[in-house]
Design a protein around this ligand. Structure first.
Ligand code: SF4
Length: 214
């Protein structure tokens, strides 16, 4: 079976399981999503939502964040972890948006990844979620599941993204990644995947092996 054929088999089942995949970060503007996505590194979306709920009513524009000091931002985002680094990135990102992009979050991978703290994963979230462009988001769940399922053997997220982009049709890329994340949270957990109860076990490479052994 080619990887493209494997993708379509997995997609068919995941589509029925997760009919309405969606971003679990709360936001009302592109900039809010950008900040929330930067905060979500090494942190759960639920925790980020708790934190941004207290920040965004007061500060939710690049202009507002650019006027704050790193220490002020750090204090507000402390519970998301790695807060000093994140505060520095958010402050610099906001300043760049004000100075170079008229305060508007750009809509290309090239421009987005020039912003402080914005790697390909964060840029892909913005491209897919805000601008409805094709985007492959490889977070920790997507990385683990793509490997287990047999879609890739790469471990570097950028290499996984580029490999998947070769055989996943552009129109399915973003939603498929959402479904991988949803399945990673619900069933295919890092420590203990529930292959026995998984709808994909006869298609997924890891699942086939695990059930044969069992
Ligand atoms: S069969 Fe197992 S490894 Fe494969 S997706 Fe399901 S839970 Fe994960």
């Amino acid at each position: 079976m080619t990887k493209k054929e494997l993708f379509f088999k997995l997609k068919e089942k995941l589509d029925t399981l997760y009919e309405n995949p969606h971003c679990t970060l709360d936001y009302t503007t592109p900039f809010e999503l950008l900040v929330a996505t930067i905060l979500s590194a090494q942190c759960t979306d639920a925790r980020v939502n708790i934190v941004t709920k207290t920040i965004f009513p007061t500060y939710n524009t690049p202009e507002a964040f650019a006027k704050l000091s790193e220490a002020e931002i750090a204090k507000m985002i402390q519970s998301t972890g790695f807060y000093k680094n994140k505060a520095k990135n958010i402050r610099n990102c906001a300043a760049m948006l004000v100075e170079e992009y008229d305060g508007i979050v750009p809509d290309t991978m090239e421009e987005l990844t020039k912003l402080a703290g914005v790697g390909r994963k964060t840029a892909s979230v913005i491209l897919g979620e805000i601008y409805k462009k094709p985007a492959i988001v490889i977070d920790t769940h997507a990385k683990r599941l793509a490997n287990r399922m047999g879609l890739t053997r790469q471990t570097d997220p950028v290499k996984i993204e580029l490999e998947l982009a070769k055989f996943i049709p552009r129109e399915f890329q973003f939603d498929f990644c959402h479904r991988l994340v949803a399945h990673g949270r619900a069933v295919c957990k890092a420590q203990k995947p529930d292959c026995q109860g998984c709808i994909l076990h006869d298609t997924c490479k890891y699942g086939q092996k695990a059930l044969k052994k069992g």
